[in-house]
Design a protein around this ligand. Structure first.
Ligand SMILES: Nc1nc2c([nH]c(=O)n2[C@H]2C[C@H](O)[C@@H](COP(=O)(O)OP(=O)(O)OP(=O)(O)O)O2)c(=O)[nH]1
Length: 128
């Protein structure tokens, strides 16, 4: 199964969500920044690389918070939510068309990628 790292950047009651751009799989859905784990990297290295590539930010990834398995038409993924401190710099988007710091209590009002919903609920329970 494909392992996908998802950055859970939580700060001051908000979380960073990014929107998948036109032309991508799951276009228009909001998600946690991140991407597929390469075989040579840890989940933390994967998050740090994806944050650099997608948001042009450097960060240190922390612990795994939780995981969710979801079966899309194209195959199943294991989405691994990793806590990350992004500091206060503004992201520069390279693959997404929007990014927003969303109040935790509003997160479920965004059209999240289906695999993200159980993780979002756990984040709200723990931090909301
Ligand atoms: N990055 C990220 N991907 C997610 C989330 N939720 C979710 O279902 N996914 C899915 C979308 C993609 O099918 C897969 C992650 O792949 P990716 O972000 O590298 O996107 P991609 O497949 O377009 O990348 P690529 O083949 O072009 O390398 O996981 C999420 O919160 N963050």
């Amino acid at each position: 199964m494909k392992h996908v790292a998802a950055a859970l950047a939580i700060k001051d009651g908000h979380i960073l969500l990014t929107r998948r751009a036109p032309g991508q799989q799951l276009e228009g859905y909001w998600e946690f920044p991140g991407g597929k784990q390469e075989p040579y990297e840890t989940i933390q290295q994967c998050i740090e690389r994806e944050i650099r590539e997608e948001l042009s930010l450097s960060c240190t990834a922390g612990n795994i918070f939780t995981e969710s398995t979801y079966r899309y038409e194209g195959g199943a993924i294991k989405l691994i939510g990793v806590l990350v401190d992004l500091g206060h710099e503004a992201p520069e988007l390279t693959v997404h068309d929007r990014a927003e710091w969303v109040p935790l209590t509003d997160m479920l009002g965004y059209e999240l990628a289906p695999a993200d919903i159980p993780i979002a609920k756990e984040v709200i329970n723990a931090y909301g």
